[in-house]
Design a protein around this ligand. Structure first.
Ligand code: GLU
Length: 514
């Protein structure tokens, strides 16, 4: 089997549980589903898996929708969009699941279990005392309180009395379960290692496993592309397809490698982000209970296309050297076969590098549009034309628009003082006089272009029998306040004759008694 075996229309789903903000690992899962669906002209749907009410977090569903929308990952069907296989929120489908659980009880693939939490706990403790693990499975189920050990009447009575129960899957003993994974190949698991997972609870809610399989079936999902953490559940899922008699339309599975910490091993966590100072969530998130704020890629100044590009390459290698790829290129090149089996290390420097590349590709006017509010925060107003020119000249030095201020503030505000180290090293006894002497030369320039400034200064140096350094470096200090900055002629031309000369005169005034 290969992922090209897609004669039927490809239908994939992203099925997050709204238990908090979406981790970037989850974003990557959504992205791979999207790329695969688009490449095959298929459908991608958003299903919200909220059957575990205890883990429900207000605002999480909206967050997921907003985050994926920001990144340009679009759905064809789902929560907030609709579609012919809806509703797409599992809590809105609640009534659908019970008949499926009962079907499995009737066909002998599942059973009622009435054990209380205390009973199970004491079994667990007893097993621990013998240094064993307790598992509800083929070896233990016949010693527990369930419809396999109780008589039919007792079971019926308990159910009629409203006693709390769960419905558990009944794994057949000594059975090899074969899973074909598009990334990992064939994986074989013995049913003897698996526990009889709960499928349904007497509060009327299915568990993740039942709801997920029933919905994938009813929504005609052809490919399940999800995180590696779901691989251990795959044998149960395969067996559920068998138990329901749906094996011939069972989706193909692809379990994606984990996103790993930048340092050491293990899954990338929010704590790593806090510790090393980078976001692990697409958008900023405020925890509704604690009020704790976690940073987001959007608020940190990343371009959505840069985040998409970076995430696509964390775990998938298209071959070749090309790294900068638009969504359309990613759609064209994506292939499940080229997803790696091993985890992908998150690399913060690479993330910044991607953002830099996208910044360089962004129109200068657009960069300026984003930079204007930063300037306003610093109380600066400047013409759009000037800001665009500054952005054009300086963007190559930054990874983020917000970093432009640190690199360009002197374009907008004249220096109030001069860097001490620079002055010590560069300001000689005759420097102020030399700078003063250069003023008429600069004043005489009609058309204040970089070239004209260069020529004028060359003449000045020749006339004084000096090299460029002794005058150009002090002039830079006068204009910038330090020895940093772009090419001085270009900078002066951009500032204009009036402003350049004003700064030079101020400097002469300030340094005349040195
Ligand atoms: N609700 C599961 C999650 O939160 C979905 C897993 C799957 O795709 O089957 O990731």
């Amino acid at each position: 089997m290969s992922d090209n075996n897609t004669a039927q229309t490809v239908r994939v789903r992203f099925a997050p549980s709204p238990t908090g903000p979406l981790h970037i690992g989850g974003v990557r899962t959504a992205l791979y589903n999207y790329l695969f669906a688009r490449q095959h002209g298929g459908h991608m749907l958003l299903r919200i898996e909220d059957t575990d009410q205890t883990r429900f977090v207000p605002g999480a569903e909206q967050y997921i929708i907003e985050a994926l929308d920001w990144l340009g990952i679009r759905f064809d069907e789902g929560v907030g969009i609709g579609g012919e296989y809806g509703p797409y929120r599992q809590s809105d489908r609640k009534a659908m699941y019970k008949p499926y659980a009962l079907q499995l009880v009737e066909s002998g693939w599942a059973y009622y279990a009435f054990d209380t939490a205390e009973e199970l706990d004491s079994r667990r403790k007893a097993a621990e005392a013998e240094k064993k693990n307790f598992q509800y499975d083929a070896r233990t189920r016949m010693q527990l309180r369930n419809s396999l050990t109780l008589s039919e009447e007792e079971t019926a009575q308990l159910l009629a009395s409203g006693a709390p129960y769960v419905i558990r899957f009944k794994f057949p003993p000594h059975t090899d379960i074969q899973i074909h994974d598009l990334i990992r190949g064939d994986v074989k698991v013995s049913s003897d290692t698996l526990d009889d997972k709960v499928l349904f609870k007497s509060d009327g809610m299915p568990t993740y496993h039942l709801a997920n399989i029933v919905d994938d079936h009813l929504m005609r999902i052809t490919h399940v592309i999800r995180g590696e953490e779901w691989l251990p559940s795959a044998p149960l899922h395969v067996m559920l397809y068998r138990a329901f008699g749906w094996e011939d339309t069972m989706p193909q599975f692809a379990h994606l490698p984990l996103l790993l910490k930048p340092d050491g091993n293990g899954k990338l966590s929010k704590r790593d982000g806090d510790r090393l100072g980078f976001p692990v969530f697409p958008l900023q998130w405020t925890d509704p209970k604690s009020g704790e704020v976690s940073s987001g890629y959007r608020e940190s100044g990343y371009f959505p296309a840069a985040v998409v590009n970076m995430l696509a390459l964390l775990g998938w290698n298209p071959g070749g050297d090309e790294e900068i790829m638009s969504m359309d290129t990613l759609i064209e090149k994506f292939s499940i076969q080229r997803i790696s089996k091993s985890g992908a290390k998150f690399d913060l420097e690479k993330a910044k590098w991607f953002n830099h590349q996208y910044l360089m590709m962004t129109d200068d006017a657009e960069i300026a549009r984003r930079f204007m509010p930063v300037l306003a925060q610093h109380g600066v107003s400047a013409s759009e034309e000037f800001v665009v020119a500054v952005c054009r000249l300086m963007k190559e030095r930054v990874n983020f628009v917000k970093e432009l201020w640190d690199q360009t503030s002197y374009f907008f505000v004249a220096p109030e003082s001069y860097a001490e180290a620079a002055m010590k090293k560069r300001w000689k006894e005759d420097t102020t006089a030399l700078v003063r002497d250069s003023i008429p030369q600069l004043e005489a320039i009609q058309d204040f272009t970089g070239e004209a400034i260069h020529d004028a200064m060359q003449q000045f140096c020749e006339a004084h029998g000096i090299g460029f350094g002794p005058i150009m470096i002090p002039l830079r200090i006068a204009i910038v306040g330090d020895t940093k900055g772009p090419d001085l002629q270009t900078l002066m031309a951009l500032l204009g004759k009036e402003e350049s000369l004003r700064r030079i005169r101020t400097c002469v005034e300030r340094t005349k008694d040195l």
